[in-house]
Write a protein that binds this ligand. Structure first.
Ligand SMILES: C[S@@+](CC[C@H](N)C(=O)[O-])C[C@H]1O[C@@H](n2cnc3c(N)ncnc32)[C@H](O)[C@@H]1O
Length: 467
């Protein structure tokens, strides 16, 4: 009898628990759908197009269909992946221009205004006051573009990214694009965004929505980002299989990402945001534009930074001692016809002299290995040589955490790295420009080192304290 009672009590308890969990889940879903409001991108979490001043490409806006980017609004309200020419932005710009300053035209009747008021535009706006302000700013922008033209270098470029079905997805600058389309402009300069970097920028947002099934349009749109290398599909697939078999890392397929669409499903040893955060720091420290810059990537592994900078027109040289990593990078160069010079070499001061003068050197998470192999003096000799040969050095090292880490009293990690760089290099301008957490639980402080006046920096991000 007592057994029956205790079993019954357990069943009742489990049922109550399931009911409670279900109620919590439904309430959270209800709150999400009710709010249905755009959450702005967190620019800290990845590459930020607004601050990158890459070189632009002229495109014909009518040559390919343009679709809306992921907005992570619930499916009922989402515009993700839909034809941009049907968007409320384009509709608004057309209606405004058609009105020809007609005083009776009432923008509050537009779909754009109504959606903005309800917080359902892919833009962080809600309520009557903010919606009015947004419409007024949009009208002002249309007028500016009409009178003075679209000035991407001054006010920021439209960012388009390839989709696997040969469309463009507009990632940034929807209002500018809508104004240009309504004004009948065809050939405009845009920044052709890079698929894996765009994904990285949206990753945090995609992980924060709940339940994911209510945001399927945004997830579907994200899936379409990318440019397929159809010609080499079989060889690429073979390389991916080979990489999986090689077991290069302890808990993932590869150390850091290979920035090409086909390799996007390989798992990485470092936290997914880390390479993109460092890439943003490199671009900021280099003044935004790396076109034709000579970049030396030390301990380059599979070449994430070399490839990413080569995508932006840099002339990259990667140095890596391991044959297996080097073999993969060389194969990728061949498959994608990339202009990167990967060298299988041990890093030595002589090698740096042999490579000669460069604009940017990257030395991420690698000098501790050289110091472990050859001693501290040797590591310092390499740093000295870099400072004689490179205008800019981007550097981090593991301190007090991980294999081969340098050590110092706890709490003094930042000053330890700063002192190391001040002691071992000829750079006089040594600044901490950010931090990364490659294994989630650790912190590496990233430093930019320059000779005075040698490299223009982007003030907006470097002027704020980063560490
Ligand atoms: C921790 S990984 C860092 C990779 C890359 N720099 C990054 O941050 O994503 C260190 C890399 O340096 C390479 N390495 C270590 N010692 C080296 C040396 N003496 N010469 C050249 N490469 C070396 C390793 O094989 C490995 O690929």
């Amino acid at each position: 009898m007592s057994n029956f009672v205790s079993q019954l009590a357990v069943r009742v308890k489990n049922k109550a628990k399931r009911l409670l969990q279900g109620t919590i889940q439904r309430s959270r879903q209800w709150v999400h759908l009710k709010r249905a409001q755009y959450q702005p991108l967190n620019n800290e979490s990845g590459i930020c197009y607004q601050s990158v001043r890459d070189s632009l490409t002229q495109v014909n806006l009518l040559a390919r269909p343009i679709v809306n980017s992921m907005d992570f609004l619930p499916d009922r309200y989402s515009f993700s992946g839909m034809d941009f020419s049907d968007s409320p932005h384009v509709e608004f710009a057309h209606a405004y221009l058609k009105s020809g300053n007609d005083p009776t035209w009432d923008y509050t009747q537009s779909r754009y205004y109504q959606l903005a008021k309800a917080g359902r535009l892919p833009f962080p706006v809600k309520g009557e006051c903010q919606a009015r302000m947004r419409c007024q700013q949009f009208i002002w922008m249309i007028e500016q573009i009409k009178r003075h033209g679209y000035q991407p270098k001054r006010f920021g470029a439209i960012v388009l990214v390839d989709t696997t079905d040969s469309k463009w997805m507009v990632i940034n600058g929807k209002h500018r694009l809508a104004a240009l389309l309504a004004l009948g402009e065809k050939n405009v300069d845009v920044f052709i965004g890079i698929e894996n970097e765009t994904r990285a920028q949206f990753r945090r947002m995609s992980q924060s929505v709940w339940p994911p099934s209510a945001y399927s349009l945004s997830f579907q749109a994200m899936e379409t980002l990318g440019k397929l290398n159809g010609e080499k599909a079989d060889e690429i697939q073979q390389l991916i299989e080979q990489i999986k078999k090689q077991k290069l890392e302890t808990w993932a397929n590869i150390y850091h990402p290979l920035p090409f669409y086909e390799f996007g499903n390989l798992t990485t040893q470092v936290a997914p945001d880390t390479p993109y955060q460092r890439l943003q720091m490199i671009l900021d420290a280099a003044g935004g534009d790396v076109q034709d810059k000579r970049v030396l990537d030390l301990g380059c592994n599979l070449g994430f930074y070399s490839f990413s900078l080569a995508h932006r027109g840099a002339n990259a040289i990667g140095v890596e001692m391991r044959e297996d990593y080097h073999g993969i990078s060389k194969k990728v160069v061949e498959l994608y016809n990339m202009d990167v010079d990967f060298r299988k070499d041990l890093l030595t001061p002589e090698l740096i002299d042999d490579i000669g003068d460069v604009d940017i050197t990257l030395c991420f998470s690698m000098i501790q290995w050289v110091i472990e192999q050859q001693g501290m003096d040797y590591g310092k000799a390499i740093l000295r040589k870099i400072s004689q040969r490179s205008k800019l050095l981007l550097f981090d090292v593991s301190v007090n955490h991980g294999a081969a880490a340098l050590t110092c009293p706890r709490g003094q990690e930042i000053i330890y790295v700063q002192n190391l760089l001040a002691d071992a290099t000829d750079y006089t301008d040594i600044q901490c420009v950010g931090k990364v957490h490659p294994y989630d639980v650790d912190t590496r402080f990233v430093f930019a080192c320059r000779h005075p006046g040698s490299v223009p920096q982007i003030q907006s991000s470097l002027s704020k304290p980063q560490c």
